[in-house]
Write a protein that binds this ligand. Structure first.
Ligand code: DGJ
Length: 751
């Protein structure tokens, strides 16, 4: 078992062949941190790693001793009040007004496997042998409160997960005002912080900044994890790149308000902390009550950012996502949203479905507008029964007709929201989040239901199962189109209002869990105006997520590249849409739109009946190509090669390699046609050095004079793959489909 106890029962070493994590019980009983990084040899004691020196002016714990100061000791779950001047991991307000705590070691337990977290998403071990867990119980006798820190290390992955649980055994109770999921003190500050940032339609851009003294953080106080910042950060050494160098990844398995911060103190120690955002969080606990934080997944990579991402991909694809769809190739779908918006009736939908079936699509998704009397965004959210004007035979009628064509049927829902123009609002105006005496903001004309209340969640559940029990539904897209404001629950007491944000997310998770339990065959895709809730928490319930409302191929390069930092291709909803693109009005070739969308779950979101015969033929071939390659794409090893965020960003490249390395696909994208450019090669990665690969281009075509050839893996990884166009700057009288702006190619490598 890769968890050893040393140093007279005082030191804990979690390790496997890739990573080591070492901590110690300090002289004062609190938990200190010794090492986190590349695997080091196990030994009888690591006590010498504890750095303690006299430092002038430091607050010291023991009278007569000027060495032992919490200000300078690296800690596991730091507290406020005993000399540590950095940000604490938690805050407990006690009845006497004090915030000072002293959690000291009481016991520990080591076992095989990984426990689940009650009501919360978490990575899991399918076989107990895959992971080992250490639970350390600390107690504060004065306030009769316990703290359980849980660490799990996976046998074969450089992954350590962490969470914290508080248990109150105090008659008077305590108030938990902050409870981060994990805190790690790293011994130096020679790092860059990588974060995923953006906004609606430009989610998860990769941003890198040097760590500086003080606190640098990203966060969400929007009630969802948000499209502005993702609940993730990485620390990389300045010389680390995509394929080499040291990187630490931290990812929070949670879908609500979060804080992810790096604090560098003036002694160059870096403290990383992730968890629920403390703003508006306040959790009064009575005797016998517990509070469980969400989980943080920490990944160590000595092989650059790609190494970190590949670990997250493996874990999140196979030990966070659940259900029968986890390991299955995903159906190729058509979604009617950008084809019709709200303007459809059954006949229009069936016409689109017929063409879709004809070109090889497998699943038809009926998006927004099928319920209540919804014809625009102003009405009917909350009324989850069919719009009879559009669907005379209800959802069951259209679903059966679509199934009869040989397609599966999928449905859009937005269960957390309500419009004022709805039966639900008329019956239950107090079910909406809003504060007494205050006006309420709408977002896209809609308001947020109080999912912190069980009866609200249950009412929505009852409405949904009425539809889903009657109709053959194989897929659900669960949308959420605004962030939260006026977060106040009409049924919570004043002192309980600090629980509402977190309880809301627990309500969302519970509805997901109930629906998954009742309909295990349904494939769920989460969505929040595109990617505003693309987070690990959601992946536990919905193995795929609509990546962004921006479907333009050029914009999608950045969005998908950034998303891949943490999330596997099997989780990214990627569609080919119409041109001019509806978000940016750009016209890109049909080939390029597909070449980008292949690297995800793949589908179409346009009116296929507007395409001409030649275009439909191309769509048919694209679908055939995806069917042949989706298993490789969705479960192979994904490698980022050239970043759209680097330099001029004119070229992006990535690849996916099969487990046996016998097949690879390389996506190469060139935004603007360069003139008289120098030679360009891409050095590939992840291939078998001595294997001979046949290199071809999907769909054939001139592509600047490319000729099929056989090349060894080591040549492709060191010399590279030549991608230059011999025609660059010349011979441009005629567009031949493979020259001009917005071109791309899929290179196919076969052993
Ligand atoms: C936002 C989603 O991201 C879109 O794909 C679409 O489902 C609309 N909502 C529908 O209102």
């Amino acid at each position: 078992m890769p968890i050893k106890v040393h140093g007279d029962g005082k030191e804990f070493h979690l390790y496997n062949h890739k990573v080591s994590y070492i901590m110690t019980i300090l002289r004062n009983g609190q938990l200190g941190h010794l090492y986190y990084g590349k695997a080091i040899r196990d030994r009888e004691s690591f006590g010498h790693m504890l750095e303690i020196r006299i430092r002038s002016m430091a607050p010291c714990f023991y009278e007569g001793d000027r060495e032992f100061s919490m200000e300078h000791i690296k800690q596991e779950y730091p507290s406020y009040g005993h000399g540590d001047m950095r940000a604490p991991a938690y805050d407990i307000l006690q009845t006497d007004g004090s915030h000072i705590t002293e959690f000291v070691y009481e016991s520990h337990r080591i076992y095989q496997g990984k426990p689940g977290l009650k009501g919360l998403p978490a990575a899991y071990a399918e076989d107990p042998k895959e992971a080992s867990t250490l639970e350390i119980v600390l107690g504060d006798a004065w306030i009769r409160t316990k703290l359980v820190l849980t660490y799990t290390i996976y046998e074969d992955l450089p992954v350590i997960t962490r969470s914290a649980r508080f248990i109150c055994d105090n008659e008077e109770g305590v108030v938990l005002n902050q409870a981060m999921s994990a805190s790690v003190d790293l011994p130096d500050s020679g790092f860059e912080m990588v974060e995923l940032t953006g906004a609606w339609a430009r989610e998860r851009s990769v941003k890198t900044r040097r760590l500086e003294h003080g606190i640098q953080s990203i966060y969400s106080m929007r009630g969802c994890s948000s499209n502005n910042y993702n609940p993730f950060l990485a620390l990389k050494r300045p010389d680390a790149g995509e394929c080499s160098g040291e990187v630490y990844g931290f990812s929070l398995v949670y879908s609500g308000n979060f804080l992810a911060q790096a604090e560098v103190d003036t002694y160059e120690v870096t403290r990383i902390m992730l968890g629920i955002h403390p703003h508006c969080f306040s959790w009064p606990m009575k005797k016998g009550e517990e509070f469980q934080t969400p989980e943080v997944v920490m990944v160590y990579s000595g092989e650059g950012l790609n190494g970190m991402s590949q670990t997250y991909h493996r874990l999140y694809r196979s030990r966070l996502a659940r259900g029968p769809w986890r390991d299955k190739a995903r159906p190729i779908l058509i979604n009617n949203w950008e084809a019709t918006y709200f303007d459809f009736d059954e006949e229009k939908i069936l016409r689109l479905a017929r063409t879709a079936k004809d070109v090889g699509v497998e699943l038809f998704v009926l998006d927004d507008g099928w319920f209540g009397h919804r014809d625009d965004s102003r009405s009917s959210l909350g009324d989850w029964y069919p719009n009879q004007a559009k669907l005379p035979d209800g959802v069951a009628g259209i679903a059966r007709r679509i199934e009869a064509m040989g397609l599966k049927f999928g449905l859009w829902i937005e269960p957390e929201m309500v419009n004022k123009d709805s039966d639900l609002y008329k019956a239950h105006p107090d079910w909406m989040l809003s504060a007494p005496g205050r006006s309420v903001c709408h977002g896209r004309n809609q308001f947020v239901l109080d999912f912190s209340r069980e009866e609200v969640v249950d009412h929505i559940y009852q409405m949904l199962i009425k539809v889903l029990d009657e109709a053959p539904v194989s897929y659900i897209k669960w949308d959420m189109n605004r962030c939260m404001s006026e977060v106040y629950s009409h049924c919570a007491r004043p002192e309980e209002q600090g629980k509402v944000f977190h309880r809301y997310i627990l309500g969302v998770y519970s509805l997901y869990e109930k629906l998954i339990g009742r309909y295990p065959h349904i494939l769920f895709e989460s969505c929040a105006s595109g990617g505003a809730r693309f987070d690990p928490g959601m992946l536990y319930y919905a193995p795929q997520c609509w990546t962004s409302d921006d479907t333009d191929a050029v914009e999608r390069l950045k969005i998908q590249y950034g998303t891949s930092m943490v999330y596997p291709l099997s989780s990214m909803g990627t569609h080919v849409s119409a041109v001019p693109n509806h978000q940016v009005l750009r016209t890109t070739p049909l080939e390029t739109r597909a070449n980008v969308a292949y690297f995800g779950t793949f589908g179409y979101e346009l009116d296929l009946n507007q395409l001409n015969g030649e275009e439909l033929e191309k769509v048919r071939l694209q679908i055939a190509f995806m069917k042949e390659n989706r298993e490789l794409i969705q479960s192979g090893t994904f490698i980022r090669l050239i970043s759209p965020f680097d330099g001029r960003g004119n070229v992006t490249a990535w690849m996916v390699v099969s487990g046996d390395r016998k097949k690879a696909l390389i996506g190469y994208y060139r935004i603007l046609e360069p003139v008289n450019e120098g030679y360009r090669k891409i050095r590939l990665s992840g291939l078998e050095e001595g294997m001979m690969y046949h290199v071809s281009i999907q769909g054939g075509g001139y592509h600047g004079g490319f000729k099929e050839m056989d090349v060894y893996g080591d040549e492709l990884m060191n010399y590279g793959l030549m991608v230059s166009d011999s025609s660059s700057g010349d011979n441009k009288e005629k567009y031949d489909g493979t020259n001009g702006d917005y071109q791309s190619r899929i290179y196919i490598l076969e052993a």
